[in-house]
Design a protein around this ligand. Sequence first.
Ligand code: FAD
Length: 412
Amino acid sequence: MNSNETGKNIIVIGAGASGMMASIIASRNGNKVVLLEKLSSIGTKLKATGGGRCNLTNTLPKDIFMQHFGRDGRFMTDALNAFNNENLKEFFLSIGVETDAPDGFRVFPIGHSAKTILNALQKEMDNIGVEIYFNQSVKNINIENNIKIVSTSSHEFKAEKIVIATGGLGYPKLGAEGDGFRLARNMGHKITPLYPAMMPLQTKESWVSRCRADTIPKVEMRVNIKKYKKLFAKGDLIFTTNGIRGPVVLDFSREITPILDQLGEVPLVMNLTKGLNEEDIRRKFNFNILNKPDMLVIDLVQTLLPHSIALALCDEVNADPNITFKKLSGIVRDSLISILAWTPLTIVGHNGFDMAMITRGGVSLKDIDPKTMQSRIINGVYFCGEVVNLDGPCGGYNLQWAFSSGFLAGVK
Ligand SMILES: Cc1cc2nc3c(=O)[nH]c(=O)nc-3n(C[C@H](O)[C@H](O)[C@H](O)COP(=O)(O)OP(=O)(O)OC[C@H]3O[C@@H](n4cnc5c(N)ncnc54)[C@H](O)[C@@H]3O)c2cc1C
């Protein structure tokens, strides 16, 4: 690569959301950009986001947005000041993609197709002369006199500045296999412990398998351990053959996996009945029975839950579903009402990174300057996106972070 007159030579590693943004911004700023991608096309993971619809960002103001990333969320202040959700929408409009937020919160490209986003990014990179090399998996980075020598199995590339945008470890078939962590570690950066996050969870209780495919809305879920009692989530839940999945589980799994790693199992309690407590349920049952005294237990419970779950929970407390509520013993009645208000479930495992939408952990924030995304260890090395130790919940948070940090990494 030969330097042009004003700009630098920049190598961006990884053509995902953050790497493409870094490449476009660096190139627009007059630099000569080479983008190296190990797969044969750009944005393979981006294409799969939001179920192919690409939930780009959300409508939250910056401060609240950052809170959703936990204690370290404030690290993103500069990136979001430089490029927030409004800037993201303007950016996409500038390359021909309109966005909307049908539910007032999650922002999608109009037409709800991730392909629209990929086509627009590809076109923009072609227009401004980002040089993309496909099937180039970066194996090694050496530094000689401040020049970074980036090696793949077939080529060697040199530049003053490199941007590591290699993603995390989740869904490895979509490209990101944790290479960036190894490359960063080899250059002296600390990598915090890595956990799969946003994925289905496996439970000890086998009754869940009988409730497969039923979606329960507005489930409240908390960790039933004193030390972690503040961990709470609410949203839709779906039972699987060996556990639970769905939006509420995806978000909660971010918190659960580190505890699971430490304790081996994590007890939860869930409210499957839209927040009704024991007293509410008892009152509702009494009202129903008053109007229809011969109502069977299963019919009563089904006023709250789908048939398969009603049946499974009756079984759990040995309540005969086919007799009237009055015929149950007092103890069984109490147990039934209690399990409906707070259903216990024990998390014992997960499928690892294979089905993890994001990675918790990454290049330590202490090793990165948040004003520029430049390494504090080696000048001219930048990080952006999921390779950095920040992760947010479902709802456009992680892509906004990828684009904002990519913007900052590309800008200087
Ligand atoms: C199924 C799924 C759905 C998701 N849905 C959403 C959503 O709707 N909204 C949201 O905000 N987030 C979503 N996420 C999370 C989001 O996709 C990621 O957080 C985001 O893509 C991270 O961007 P990135 O640029 O850091 O990494 P990636 O998008 O993973 O890109 C990294 C790129 O680097 C390449 N690469 C890796 N190693 C090398 C190497 N050694 N040499 C060269 N290239 C390399 C990879 O092939 C890849 O193309 C979803 C994730 C998954 C898996």
